[in-house]
Design a protein around this ligand. Structure first.
Ligand SMILES: [Zn+2]
Ligand SMILES: [Zn+2]
Length: 334
């Protein structure tokens, strides 16, 4: 393992442990520096102890780089591997073992931190057969949402990657914004091209209850929408759930063949338990998605699996427990 691989793995482990603080930023910075420095220079500096003269390399990152160059697994990485694994209950493990893919994740094309290829290779390591790439749509400018032109470029890249990564499959998709009136942030023709469409509310989360209900139902009823993303929009401890009539929205999800996402991000865990139970009562489909913005976050599915087990989500209603072809069939039947 060279210094780049070691640092990448450190960043991965810190991400899966949801550590976004100073330490994680220092390692991301060190990784950039190491990528930009010729290997021969790194070796020379490791030998004469001058790695810390490089801007962005401190004592602990220098030690890690030196250990990696000398052919050892860095001690700090060994510690992280052991201490950052994502916990999973026994009941949740039944769900996790059944999952064949992940239907909501981001790459550097929008606001993710990793390339499509890095996300795919991690998904392969996690045992997945496929992933649906769902970068943001144009209206979400803070997240560099994809215009039709950029989406077309991304689709061309995916064709090439799929040839390299087979039999693993990257399915095409988007996390399309649900606009204020319930219309979607791409034309029907654009959405129709994609394998799986996640639709989410990201703006005006505090709108009045009846208005929000109509907004969500209109999106859920679109024949192109396959999954309703993080339905309440809550951020635990930071932002309340938006208000809507869950009976109406979940009945629409069931009627229009739109899965309710079980969002696995630790700060979201959306829907909350009582709403998840209501959705089960309505006979909804579900998708247990990481909503990962970095490779380490692809390991977050256990959070949603535990939640699914706790609320007794019927496993046969979980769409990403299907194989890729079955999922595509399910999505096009919508
Ligand atoms: Zn989202
Ligand atoms: Zn997302």
């Amino acid at each position: 393992m060279g210094p780049i691989a070691a640092l990448e793995r450190v960043v991965h482990c810190l991400d899966r442990a949801h550590e976004g603080g100073f330490k994680a930023k220092a390692f991301v910075r060190a990784l950039e520096v190491v990528r930009a420095t010729p290997p021969a220079e790194l070796e020379r500096r490791a030998a004469d102890g001058t790695l810390t003269d490089l801007d962005g390399i401190g004592d602990s990152t220098a030690r890690l780089i030196s250990e990696a160059i000398s052919g050892q697994v860095p001690a700090y990485l060994t510690k992280l591997e052991a201490t950052t694994t994502v916990p999973l209950t026994e009941a949740g493990a039944t769900y996790r073992e059944a999952l064949r893919g992940d239907c909501h994740l981001h790459s550097r094309w929008s606001d993710g931190g990793a390339t499509i290829e890095a996300m795919a290779r991690t998904a392969i390591e996690l045992g997945h057969d496929y992933m649906v790439l769902t970068d943001h749509s144009p209206r979400l400018t803070v997240a560099h949402g994809l215009s039709k032109e950029r989406l077309d470029q991304q689709l061309a890249d995916i064709v090439v990657l799929n040839e390299q990564l087979a039999p693993f499959r990257i399915l095409t998709g988007i996390e399309v914004d649900i606009l204020e009136d319930g219309t979607l942030d791409h034309d029907d023709a654009v959405l129709a091209e994609l394998d799986v469409v996640v639709a989410s509310v990201h703006s005006k989360l505090k709108m009045e209850r009846a208005e929000m209900t109509e907004r969500m139902v209109r999106a859920v009823a679109s024949p192109h929408v396959d999954i309703l993303g993080h339905c309440t929009g809550r951020l635990i401890g930071k932002r309340d759930q938006s208000r809507f009539d869950p009976d109406y929205v979940f009945a629409a999800c069931a009627a229009f063949h739109t899965a309710v996402e079980i969002n696995c991000r630790p700060e979201r865990l959306d829907p909350p338990r009582e709403l998840l139970r209501m959705a089960i009562g309505h006979g909804c489909w579900f998708s247990i998605d990481s909503d990962a913005h970095a490779t380490g976050q692809l390991e977050w599915q256990p959070h949603g699996c535990d939640r699914a087990a706790e609320c007794d989500v019927p496993l046969e209603r979980v769409i990403n427990a299907m194989g890729a072809d079955e999922l595509l069939g399910w999505a096009s039947a919508a």
